[in-house]
Design a protein around this ligand. Structure first.
Ligand SMILES: [Zn+2]
Length: 203
């Protein structure tokens, strides 16, 4: 009797061990290939995402909550340096608009991490164009690009801002509003077209 119990316990321990090893292998292998990719177990289909989008368009629009309005103006340094996380190259920016975009990359990475924890959609955040060494087109504007791979294998890429990422977080949280950059709240319904555009759901 005791032997049977011992065998069952041993089998359970081995099965659990095998499963956790398989999962950690899958996650570890992917993160070493691309830092800003997320591996998902089971991918999301368009129909599932369309349901979320239909919901934000059909519910009564929630009231916007205005966030903090008074911020200390931040003086931009004359040169903003972007350090590529892939090749380590440093690229300097001194154009006002471009410098702000470089400074928003850190926040975008954090927002992207939150987003990947909320969705089973296969997504990655591409910073390539910020790096003078990695970008293919030297005249391209520095923009973050969100890549989406759907469950049928089709892919879509779209430039995104931190505001776009905030809206995606709201959508995949299952909510009808999203948290704005100044800790306010805005309805998602009016942004449904923009969200479809980012995800490649507009013909
Ligand atoms: Zn690079």
């Amino acid at each position: 009797m005791n032997l049977i119990v011992a065998v069952i316990v041993a089998v359970l321990i081995l099965t659990g061990y095998g499963m956790s090893r398989a999962v950690s292998k899958a996650l570890g292998g992917a993160s070493s290939r691309c830092r800003f990719s997320a591996v998902k177990i089971g991918n999301m289909g368009r129909a599932e995402v369309e349901k979320l989008l239909d919901r934000i368009e059909s519910v009564p629009e929630p009231e916007a909550v205005v966030g903090a309005m008074c911020y200390e103006p931040i003086a931009l340094p004359p040169v903003v340096e972007y350090v590529c996380p892939v090749c380590g190259t440093k690229t300097d920016y001194n154009d006002y608009g471009e410098s702000w975009r470089v400074l928003s990359v850190t926040e975008a990475r954090m927002l992207f991490d939150t987003l990947t924890s909320l969705t089973r959609l296969q997504i990655s955040l591409d910073e390539t164009v910020f790096c003078s060494e990695c970008r293919a087109d030297s005249s391209a504007e520095p923009d973050l690009v969100l890549h989406v791979t759907w469950d049928d294998g089709s892919e879509h890429s779209s430039p995104v801002t931190t505001e776009d990422l905030r809206m995606l977080i709201g959508l995949f949280s299952g909510g009808v509003s999203y948290r704005t950059s100044n800790d306010g709240s805005a309805p998602l319904g009016p942004s449904a077209v923009r969200l479809r555009e980012i995800l490649g759901l507009i013909e």
